[in-house]
Design a protein around this ligand. Structure first.
Ligand SMILES: Nc1ncnc2c1ncn2[C@@H]1O[C@H](COP(=O)(O)OP(=O)(O)OP(=O)(O)O)[C@@H](O)[C@H]1O
Ligand SMILES: [Mg+2]
Length: 375
């Protein structure tokens, strides 16, 4: 509302109506303009903004509805109010359908008009305020998105920089344990072994941070290579042998032998398997069983990692694939990034991932990847 002065346009061919109307409204402090024809009204609306346009349904040159349409086209914030000579339901409904805020009947009852104007102005004030807030909210949202992207890029950069030295540390510890650079005592071996496991945990965390940052920045890209899912899964299982033994978990492999290959990103698919296997190991109590399955179903390869852990309650089955959602946060270490990353990678491969579980009966995480992604 410009300068807080409320502007009203009265469109009526009856000069008397314009005058009486105008005088009363002026007394109320409104700024009033009158127009005797539709064309005049449209001209006026082009020159100044009206908070309200009171329009007679019947005008000499055009219908009140045409004026209403034009006035609203000129300024969407102007509130149109129709005056009709007779109180018919039809004309009332039509007024509303055509976008009028309300309508009054002739002879005009000024108290009624003033009450309607009051309500209309309040509505206008709220809607203009709303629009302003929406604009502010949108701008703030854009800014946040920009900052979020910067944050993701920063996290990606830092994680990337952390990865190389960590790999070196892990490598050196492996050399020490292997005895490649000289024999060490069992006690030294045990300590270096602890160090190596910590370096691995840290490397896992950094890899997940790097992945999630890339996903958030929309920069997770896939390589397309012909790979054997069987080889991938066996490689991961080999590297987890000691961890599985340490937790006294037995592993059952049900891997369908096949020459078939998939056209996918080997490192990324390995990430998915690792995240699922890590969870199975982490959440299954000592002495439990893990089953790793691989089979081919209708042009897709299907990976399955099942455990005899606590299982996932029905209401959490979808949620756990969201960032930072953890249902066992207090009992196990973790950041809640493994499953969302897995989901993203699987979906980038046009596959699906889900969990089947009866609470208390273990979990079965399954993901599929179409055999030929080049199609
Ligand atoms: N095999 C499982 N058995 C029971 N609960 C599981 C299993 N896998 C995942 N969950 C539940 O789902 C949550 C989300 O898993 P997700 O892998 O995303 O995160 P995390 O394991 O907590 O942390 P991160 O993987 O980042 O180290 C876990 O916190 C856990 O509550
Ligand atoms: Mg996890």
């Amino acid at each position: 509302m410009e300068d807080n002065v409320v502007t009203v346009l009265i469109v009526d061919d009856d000069a008397n109506v314009r005058k009486t109307f105008g005088n009363i409204l002026k007394l109320k402090g409104y700024q009033v303009e009158g127009a005797g024809t539709g064309a005049e009204a449209i001209d006026c609306a082009k020159k100044i903004f009206f908070n309200i346009a009171v329009i007679d349904m019947k005008l000499p040159d055009m219908s009140g509805f045409d004026v209403l349409r034009e006035v609203v086209k000129i300024s969407a914030n102007t509130i149109p109010l129709m005056i009709t000579a007779y109180a018919s339901m039809d004309s009332a409904i039509e007024s509303m359908n055509r976008g009028a805020y309300s309508y009054v009947t002739k002879p005009v009852n000024m108290d009624e008009v003033l009450a309607v104007l009051g309500r209309a102005l309040e509505k206008q004030r709220l809607s203009m305020e709303n629009n302003l807030l929406m604009r502010e909210l949108k701008a703030a949202n854009e800014k946040l998105k920009e900052l979020d992207l910067l944050k993701s890029e920063f996290v990606a950069m830092v994680s990337h920089e952390l990865k190389n030295p960590l790999c070196v540390i892990k490598g050196v510890m492996e050399l020490l344990i292997d005895g490649t650079i000289g024999a060490i005592s069992p006690k030294q071996k045990e300590l270096v072994g602890n160090g190596k496991r910590s370096a691995e945990r840290l490397l896992r965390l950094v890899t997940n941070l790097l992945d999630i940052a890339k996903i958030e920045a929309g920069k997770m890209e896939l390589l397309r290579e012909s790979i054997s899912p069987e080889d991938l899964i066996r490689e991961v299982l080999t590297s987890y042998k000691s961890m599985l033994a340490e937790k006294e978990l037995s592993v059952k492999e049900e891997i369908q032998r096949s020459e078939k290959r998939i056209w996918a990103d080997p490192d990324k698919v390995t990430e998915v398997i690792i995240n699922l296997l890590n969870n199975a190991i982490k959440y299954t109590p000592k002495g439990g069983n893990i089953t790793v399955k691989l089979d081919w179903v209708g042009g897709e390869v299907r990976f399955e990692i099942a455990d005899t852990g606590p299982g996932i309650p029905e209401k959490a089955k979808e949620k756990i694939f969201d960032k930072f959602e953890r249902i066992t946060a207090e009992t196990q270490e973790g950041t809640g990034l493994g499953l969302p990353i897995a989901k993203n990678i699987v979906e980038l491969h046009k596959g699906k991932i889900w969990v089947e579980s009866e609470h208390g009966q273990g979990s079965r995480f399954i993901f599929t990847i179409p055999q030929d992604l080049r199609a």
